[in-house]
Write a protein that binds this ligand. Structure first.
Ligand code: MRU
Length: 351
């Protein structure tokens, strides 16, 4: 394992969440142990835990932490508090659908239990579902890697944006799972890593992971991708996703859409890698995906160092949407979905 991004220690009613604080990487490798769901909510907001599948797991485990405080409550009090806490945790970040998906999934387990079920029994059900989500995510990452690895030519030069690796999941990642698996298979991939302004997930996290795994990685500023593609030095682009609409439009880290446009201009195939939990079939297209707006200080004073004048107007969307027509395929846990994406998504998710 490259890194254990998130795990569950002990068991309910005194379990704890352990997570690596990603705000400190790559300078310090610090693991936090949380027994209060409010801390988990804060960790999700400040990106100490981040990446769509990882925040899903953190949200589900956060629900368990919250409900441990009510293990001796009357059943109706427990259920009322559960609904509040789920709403609170689901509201921490709006774009990645995995967060709501995982929280809904643990809540539904309790909703399906008889009304008179004790709080203690409900808590154990929440715990086993949250742990199941975490373990399933590990398997989904592996499957994504296995389905996607052969898309990389031997010696292939991959460009990726943001971090869709082990740090973004409970397993080996999504986009990076494809690269890790190709590496294990001896396909000798190398990676161009976009630094990913403003929060530098590429520079801080993706390079850290790839170097740990012994995979050749070259860090570039986001504005260098065009000339590197023009020079014929990129064979394939693979990124992760935060939410995929029914027609294949895909929200991912801000800048992904630009990379997809560049790939189209230079004839480089642009792939997205994501598990089934990242699809949102309730949205017909990407125009309705909620885009998180973040604090202006992330741009004016990144990592605490001021670059722009105090008081300047700032626009800081954390994600953008890549239209389906720019996507060569979506690498999922069940296989590679090819265009027309609306049809292949419908068929894929119906199974
Ligand atoms: O703001 P972040 O760091 O949570 O954004 C993460 C991304 O955009 C990832 O590419 C996405 O969540 C996929 S992670 C497998």
């Amino acid at each position: 394992m490259i890194v254990e991004t998130i795990s569950w220690l002990g068991s309910a009613p005194s379990g704890r969440v352990k997570l690596i604080d990603q705000t400190l990487l790559p300078v310090e490798e610090v693991y936090l142990e949380r027994d209060d769901y409010r801390d988990i909510a804060g960790d999700i907001r400040r990106l100490a835990v981040r990446g769509a599948p990882a925040i899903g797991v953190a949200g589900a485990l956060g629900v368990v932490l919250a409900m441990q405080e009510h293990a001796a409550a009357r059943p109706n009090v427990f259920r009322a508090r559960l609904a509040e806490v789920c709403g609170e945790l689901a509201g921490t970040r709006p774009t990645a659908v995995n967060l709501c998906w995982a929280i809904d999934r643990v809540k539904r387990v309790v909703d399906s239990l008889p009304e008179e079920t004790s709080a203690q029994r409900m808590l154990l059900s929440l715990e086993s579902e949250a742990v199941a989500i975490m373990e399933q995510d590990r398997r989904l990452c592996r499957s994504i890697g296995e389905h996607g690895a052969s898309l990389l030519p031997v010696g292939g030069r991959v460009l990726t944006h943001c971090n869709a690796g082990a740090l973004a999941t409970a397993g080996i990642g999504t986009a990076l799972a494809v690269i890790y698996t190709a590496h294990e298979q001896g396909r000798k991939p190398s990676v161009w890593v976009d630094e990913t302004r403003p929060l530098l997930q590429g520079a801080r996290l993706t390079t850290w992971e790839l170097m740990r795994a012994g995979i050749p990685a070259t860090l570039i500023c986001d504005n260098m991708a065009a000339s590197i593609m023009a020079a014929g030095k990129v064979d394939i682009v693979v990124t992760g996703a935060d939410r995929i609409a029914a027609n294949g439009d895909t929200a991912n880290k801000i800048g992904t859409y630009g990379v997809a446009c560049l790939a189209a201009r230079h004839g480089v195939p642009f792939y997205v890698a994501a598990p089934f939990s990242t699809f949102d079939l309730e949205l017909s297209d990407g125009s309705r995906i909620p885009i998180e707006q973040r604090d202006s200080a992330e741009i004016t004073a990144p990592l605490g160092v001021r670059f722009a004048p105090e008081g300047v107007d700032v626009f800081n969307p954390a994600f953008d949407v890549t239209p389906a027509e720019l996507i060569a395929g979506i690498i999922t846990d069940k296989g590679v979905l090819k265009p027309p994406l609306a049809d292949s998504i419908r068929t894929h998710l119906a199974d």
